[in-house]
Write a protein that binds this ligand. Structure first.
Ligand SMILES: C[S@@+](CC[C@H](N)C(=O)[O-])C[C@H]1O[C@@H](n2cnc3c(N)ncnc32)[C@H](O)[C@@H]1O
Length: 468
């Protein structure tokens, strides 16, 4: 099983934590979130006739409120016991048990997709699915926890920290999407535009510490704490925390910072493998395609672009071959040069293709390190190679004799320095053509690279999994 398969299966265990007290969650926990539902629906213009999907819909209160505005609603959640409540509340809605990473709806089915603290920094692939099921021009909105420590109501989430250290660390990783710039970066990366951070009011109110403790205990993160310290200790701790907050004649109130993001799927979505139509079939094109199928099992979108003139492809790959021979460049060295150049240029296609290739030779961490630019696992001569490739890609007029000397010091002779530079320049030319003419990274390619590589490629054109 690949990392991706394992992650895809994890959703099946979610009901254990989120569904075990579905009735209490639905009746005393979820209603306390109501302000955020109203605010996000307002920002997204949810109204009569809106086809809306709520991802990680929980017990479906947000769905019910959207339907009250006239929307035609669908929802999905991993917890079958929460979905049962949602179905009871909204019998006319299309509510399903399933995984947000594989939404069981056709492309372009919805006008609006929402997710209330359901999509996190740890679940970025779900954003690709949201984009797929939205119609061009459709709107998405999601909320995540903001700066919890700076919130007046931080105390109300404190009992979650009773969970085991690794669970608390995971909870912390989940909330990173609320940090400044993080959501904007994620949504832009997955092909959304007009990404905006919006004000989301969020305040839990409970009549007394005991009700608060019961509401909290019905949530998934509380279950992680309960597994560590037991039901009773969790409840006792939560009640004690809340007692200090009791106010005479007023409800317990915990205001917590929540961040909202709204964004649009572009109207002008690309439908082909690149901006240019596919080439007519000629023997040369057929040969190019057959080589891809032999090597990879599919025809790359890049080949569908370069098939417009196979002679140009031969010329550019011929130059790369000449440089490889001239410099005696090993596969690993070429992998480092390509991934360093492609990541500097912001070319997701070659970063994924060669990140994957380098990972098979050198390991996923090494490949991801070059893509990220921290070069973990490279020796000194390889670091010099990567640094040179980045300079050539970023600013070829900014190089100096001292930079060349660094390569010599790292063991490269002058012929190799020339060869590496020709190789890098040929790769950059290849990337430039692909990028400028909109060659879309292949879905199969994205699925074939290790998670580390995929996560390191946080730039460039999104893959075709994210587009129609
Ligand atoms: C913080 S709750 C939010 C629930 C609801 N949106 C609300 O506002 O109360 C997170 C929800 O995500 C659901 N969930 C977790 N992993 C999921 C997955 N892979 N696919 C679908 N739902 C998932 C949980 O069952 C839970 O209902």
């Amino acid at each position: 099983m690949t990392d991706q398969d394992t992650r895809r299966e994890q959703w099946r265990g979610v009901d254990e934590g989120w569904g075990r007290r579905a009735v209490e969650f639905a009746s005393i926990s979820e209603p306390a979130n109501c302000r955020e539902y109203v605010a996000l629906h307002q920002h997204l213009g949810v109204g009569a006739g809106t086809r809306l999907l709520d991802v990680a819909c929980g017990a479906g209160l947000a769905v019910e409120l959207a339907a009250a505005r006239g929307a035609t609603c669908a929802g999905i959640d991993a917890s079958h016991r929460l979905v049962a409540v949602a179905q009871d509340r909204s019998p006319d809605a299309d509510l399903r048990v399933g995984d947000m990473h594989a939404l069981p709806w056709d492309d372009e089915s919805f006008d609006v997709v929402t997710s209330f603290r359901g999509i996190w920094g740890t679940t970025p692939d779900a954003v690709a699915e949201v984009r797929r099921v939205l119609r061009p021009g459709g709107r998405m909105g999601l909320t995540v926890w903001g700066h919890i420590k700076a919130s007046q109501g931080a105390w109300a989430l404190e009992p979650f920290t009773l969970a085991r250290d690794e669970k608390v660390a995971n909870q912390a990783a989940m909330v990173t999407l609320g940090r400044s710039g993080a959501g904007e970066e994620l949504l832009t990366r997955w092909g959304f535009e007009h990404v905006r951070r919006v004000e989301i009011p969020f305040a839990w109110e409970f009549p007394d510490p005991e009700t608060y403790a019961r509401a909290l205990a019905s949530t998934g993160p509380a279950y992680e704490a309960i597994q560590a310290v037991g039901e009773q200790a969790f409840a006792q701790h939560a009640v004690e925390v809340a007692r200090e907050r009791v106010r005479d004649g007023l409800p317990l109130r915990a205001e917590i910072k929540v961040v909202g993001y709204v964004a649009h799927k572009p109207v002008d979505v690309q439908r082909g493998p690149s901006f240019l139509p596919e080439p007519a079939t000629t023997p040369e094109v057929e040969e190019m395609y057959a080589d891809d199928v032999d090597d990879l099992g599919y025809v790359m979108n890049a080949s569908k672009l370069w098939g417009l003139d196979p002679r140009s492809a031969d010329a550019i790959f011929g130059l790369m071959g000449t440089a490889t021979e001239l410099g005696g460049l090993s596969f690993r060295q070429r992998g480092i040069v390509v991934t360093a150049c492609a990541s500097t240029l912001g070319d997701s296609y070659c970063s994924l293709a060669w990140g994957g290739k380098l990972a098979t030779k050198a390991g996923a961490e090494v490949a991801a390190g070059v893509l990220r630019g921290d070069d973990v696992g490279l020796d000194d001569s390889e670091k010099a190679l990567a640094a040179w490739a980045r300079k050539v890609a970023r600013d070829p007029n900014g190089t100096t004799p001292a930079d060349v000397q660094l390569l010599r010091d790292a063991g490269f002779d002058d012929r190799q320095v020339f060869a590496v530079t020709v190789y890098a320049a040929a790769r950059l030319a290849f990337s430039t053509v692909n990028d400028a003419l909109g060659a879309v990274p292949d879905e199969e390619l994205v699925g074939s690279v290790p998670d580390e590589v995929r996560h390191a490629v946080s730039y460039g054109r999104p893959a075709s999994t994210t587009g129609p």
